[in-house]
Design a protein around this ligand. Structure first.
Ligand code: MTE
Ligand code: HPA
Ligand code: MOS
Length: 784
């Protein structure tokens, strides 16, 4: 079918709408908003104990410090001293107890940001130390939980494992991850008339910041407006925890009656905000000769930190992704949500899914080594089927299981088998440098597991010159949501993309919007925008039919114009005439995801509208003397349904993969035994940089027939799933380590696979190799 000759329809690889502003340094972020005269700058006074009773707080020197205008504590909170997103267990200011190192106790507004930051250091706080619980295991053993344990069972895993011809058990340790958005947390609060407050906040969830601020002030929601034009990255870190900074800025603005900006210093931002949950996963598995899993039991324990935050949904998602692409007929998953005296861990791209998937992937590798099989062969015998063995452990059937096709194509295009053989040849003659390869799959469920969040709204105005203003509840964090939604509107109204102006997320334009998260931004906001555009289109169609005396069916929107029968009128001309005929040119649109819903008590139903699939092959090399490792080549094939914008999607695929590689290979969070985070800056916490991208990096979008569900233009979400393709990098490193034991022993490799972790793994496998060699020799001696 011929497309309209307009620029920017759905499927066009348009650049990010702000690309020209990003590269020229002229895209305004919250800190770039010109400051209003009288603006004060804030800083937060943080706890320097992980767990202690507060005996006394003396802020005299703070108040007297240069430039300080106001100092506030919990006593200055007119409403509720809490910003907890789900449970009320996140005080804005700690009062009697501090529960992690870095927790907020008081705040300062001063003339300059440096005055404020210097002043908070002058507090004299007396503590009575309490024992801190720092790790998930310590908390699990002490039964310290933020939420009760959960258990999901299908079939009879115990009987299946007991009856299986082969059995194994093991443990995977999975590190956390700092979101490391390049723009740190920031909020700018401006008091307005009659007690109203306007807040610029770098947040994925303006609707929630609005509520958090209103509750802290003790005012009605309609007195607060929260606005966010763009974030310099968020990655989940700004889904719930941007609220603290907005509340502090607003409380100081309320107290001083002056505008207040709070911009976090990087080190403080890293200490005070939650990260990806680290997990310890234990498993028992029973399998047959071919490596097919007959029964498996997982026990997941995650470090949630001191409060609930989003840990319930995150650990649920880990449970719901413990299958990855594999059919687990008999499975039990026990999940412990451990309460520790560390920062409250929160959303990070994948939202527990990646941690859930790492467990089963290690199970597969262990089985492969135990049976002397290629891990890929074991993966394949365990894949969900297309028409049978296709129901997940939460009883949702897979409708379009394309993992077989994706893996088959990737095996071919990456030359997996030949390269695997040549890597083995290479390793046989290479004493120190070892290579490894792994192909790992991804299946990721799309929808918020909190079903009510799967809704979106849009506000669309058409002006009399035929230009369009688009506003929806989604936020832009670099992922390209705004341009995708604009393309949906351009497509619907057959207008060039430059006729559509995208505007800042704003709680006064679209109310009660969900967070931009769960990768669902373009799915739900795209549909809401389409609905609004269709309303406008219908009104214009009805008007044109009346106006030109033709049937509504004769009206066709095409190429910045509207055809009525054989004639045509420019879009702007029709709009002008509609205006004079008093036709409303403004519409809202609303969307709710259909079909979904599940029962969290029985773990049955349809938590996800559909699934995204993908697979990656990574070849890695390790230096067995230093533990250093790097990727040599990466091949990716990823399913985005029918892409709304392949250029944006490719950016998400490549970026998500590299971010996942950072999580699994270089980014290590390290707390000392006092619960102090010692890795709180790029000097000690290593995120990937351009030079970490492998020189051979072949990412491709899977040629899909489109989403079988009625998603926006049959596309699929893309934000989070590619991160999990990086599991192939970790497994390639494991494969390289396994070569040192002639592929007879399965390495124990803790993530991230830093040089230290790789060296530990090499040493551990060497000890086991010696033991098994000694055992073989003694058996041989007995046989003789
Ligand atoms: N891409 C960029 N550039 N910056 C980000 O902060 N966040 C990720 C992903 N991609 C992120 C990103 C996360 S955690 C999610 S949930 C999705 O984008 C959210 O946007 P979407 O729903 O519009 O895909
Ligand atoms: N994903 C991301 N964010 C969320 C979710 C989810 O499933 N549920 C609540 N917030
Ligand atoms: Mo993304 S972790 O759902 O913000």
């Amino acid at each position: 079918m011929r497309r309209d000759p307009i620029t920017g329809v759905v499927g066009e690889p348009l650049p990010h709408d702000s690309a020209h502003l990003h590269v020229s340094g002229s895209a305004p972020y919250t800190d770039d908003i010109p400051e209003v005269r009288g603006t004060l700058h804030a800083a937060i006074g943080m706890s320097d104990r992980a767990h202690a009773r507060i005996v006394s707080v003396d802020l005299e020197k703070v108040s007297a410090a240069r430039g300080v205008v106001a100092v506030i504590t919990a006593k200055d909170v007119p409403g509720k001293n809490d910003y907890g997103p789900v449970f009320a267990d996140d005080p804005i200011f700690a009062t009697t107890l501090v529960q992690y190192h870095g927790q907020s106790i008081f705040a300062v507004a001063a003339k300059t940001v440096f005055d404020a930051r210097r002043a908070v250091k002058l507090a004299a706080i007396e503590y009575e130390d309490l024992d801190p619980l720092l790790t998930a295991e310590a908390a699990r053993d002490a039964q310290s939980f933020v939420l009760p344990p959960e258990r999901l069972v299908r079939g009879d895993p115990s009987a299946a494992i007991a009856a299986a011809p082969h059995r194994l058990s093991g443990e995977v340790r999975i590190g956390g991850q700092e979101q490391f958005y390049l723009e740190g947390m920031i909020a700018y609060a401006l008091p307005k008339e009659d007690g109203m407050m306007h807040v610029y906040s770098s947040t994925q969830y303006p609707g929630e910041v609005q509520l958090q601020v209103a509750h802290a002030l003790g005012v009605a929601t309609h007195k607060v407006v929260v606005e966010c034009r763009r974030m310099g990255g968020a990655f989940g870190g700004k889904e719930s925890q941007a609220g603290l900074f907005a509340c502090v800025a607003v409380l100081l603005a309320h107290k001083t009656r002056r505008p207040v900006k709070l911009r976090m210093d990087r080190d403080d931002d890293m200490r005070i905000t939650g990260k990806r949950h680290d997990f310890v996963t234990n498993y028992d598995v029973g399998f047959d000769d071919l490596g097919r899993i007959l029964g498996v039991r997982f026990v997941l324990a995650s470090r949630c930190g001191y409060s609930v935050d989003l840990s319930g949904a995150i650990n649920d998602r880990a449970m719901l992704h413990s299958d990855n692409c594999y059919y687990l007929e008999n499975v039990a998953i026990q999940s412990y949500r451990c309460k520790t005296n560390t920062v409250s861990n929160t959303a990070f791209r994948g939202f527990g899914g990646p941690q859930g998937m790492l467990g089963i992937e290690q199970v597969i590798d262990d089985i492969a080594i135990a049976r002397g099989l290629d891990p890929l062969a074991v993966r394949k015998v365990n894949f969900y089927g297309v028409t049978e063995r296709n129901v997940t452990h939460y009883h949702q059937p897979l409708v379009d299981n394309v993992i077989h096709e994706i893996v088959a194509e990737l095996e071919r295009s990456s030359d997996y088998h030949a390269r695997r053989r040549s890597i083995r040849d290479f390793n046989a003659t290479s004493p120190y440098i070892r290579r490894g390869i792994a192909l790992t799959p991804v299946k990721f469920g799309i929808s918020f597991t909190a079903t009510h969040l799967n809704q979106a709204g849009c506000l669309l105005h058409v002006y009399t010159d035929g230009t369009v203003m688009l506003n929806h509840g989604g936020t832009e964090m670099g992922q390209g949501l705004f341009v995708k939604v604009a393309q949906v509107v351009a497509d619907e109204l057959a207008l060039d993309i430059d006729r559509i102006r995208i505007t800042a997320s704003d709680t006064s334009k679209v109310p009660n919007a969900s967070p931009t998260a769960a990768s669902s931004g373009s799915d739900i906001n795209g549909k809401a925008a389409q609905a609004a555009a269709r309303t406008i289109k219908q009104r214009l169609t009805d008007f044109a039919a009346r106006h030109f005396g033709v049937a509504p069916e004769a009206i066709v929107f095409r190429a910045n114009a509207v055809q009525y029968g054989p004639d045509s009128i420019a879009f702007e001309e029709l709009v002008k005439r509609a205006y004079f005929a008093r036709v409303s040119l403004s519409a809202t649109g609303y969307y709710r995801t259909p079909k979904i819903g599940y029962d969290r008590k029985t773990w049955r139903g349809m938590p996800f509208y559909y699934f995204c699939y993908g697979a990656a092959v990574t070849e890695a090399a390790i230096d067995t003397l230093t533990g250093e490792n790097r990727m040599l080549r990466v091949d990716i094939l990823h399913d985005v349904g029918r892409s709304l914008n392949p250029a944006i999607d490719m950016g998400q695929i490549e970026g998500g993969f590299i971010q996942g590689v950072g999580w699994l290979t270089t980014e290590e969070l390290w707390w000392n035994d006092k619960g102090v985070l010692m890795t709180h800056a790029p000097s000690t916490y290593k995120i990937p940089v351009a030079s970490d991208v492998p020189s051979a990096f072949n990412a491709k979008i899977f040629e899909s027939g489109g989403n079988p569900e009625d998603s926006i233009h049959r596309s699929k979400a893309v934000g989070e799933p590619p991160l999990m393709l990086a599991i192939s990098a970790l497994h390639a490193i494991r494969d390289a380590i396994a070569s040192t034991a002639d592929y007879k022993l399965s390495p124990r490799l803790d993530a991230p696979a830093t040089p230290e972790s790789v060296l530990r793994s090499l040493e551990e496998i060497a000890v086991r190799r010696e033991k098994s060699r000694a055992a073989t020799i003694s058996t041989e001696a007995v046989v003789e």
